[in-house]
Design a protein around this ligand. Sequence first.
Ligand code: GSY
Length: 157
Amino acid sequence: SRKKHTAYLGLGSNIGDRESYLDMAIDELNKDKYTKVTRVSDFIETEPYGGVEQDDFLNGCLEIETLRTPEELLRLVNGIEKAAGRERLIHWGPRTLDIDILLYDDVVYDSEDLHIPHVEMHKREFVLEPLSMIAGYKRHPLLGKTISELRAGLDKQ
Ligand SMILES: Nc1nc2nc(S)n(CCO)c2c(=O)[nH]1
């Protein structure tokens, strides 16, 4: 029988009706019979990170409970991105909807298409700010710090 896992997802959009795309991600995740969204952060407006000239993002984080394995969860979120019309034209370029798997229980997972914990999350204020709202107490499986400590440790530009 399948076990229940707690995972944390990062949401981002910087094309079109950004809030509707983030809301769509929540709705589609709840439609999945093996997944439920259990906590939703505020959505925050953020400047693009990564050097590509593009519009500001709307970012948020979710806590989910899921019976899916990491690879099954990746297929689920990639399907939702596709349904939102995600075009992978420019690496780190604009997108209607981006869903990143940030944490999955205390699992450290590395395959060619999936790394958990997300390898950039501890460097990204646009992830740590909303994630702190819903899981600030949580300890990063690799770095050993709480999400709030990681956020506090980001050197503020
Ligand atoms: N502020 C901000 N900048 C970003 N650059 C990339 S790529 N992304 C996509 C995240 O994988 C973002 C983002 O979500 N927010």
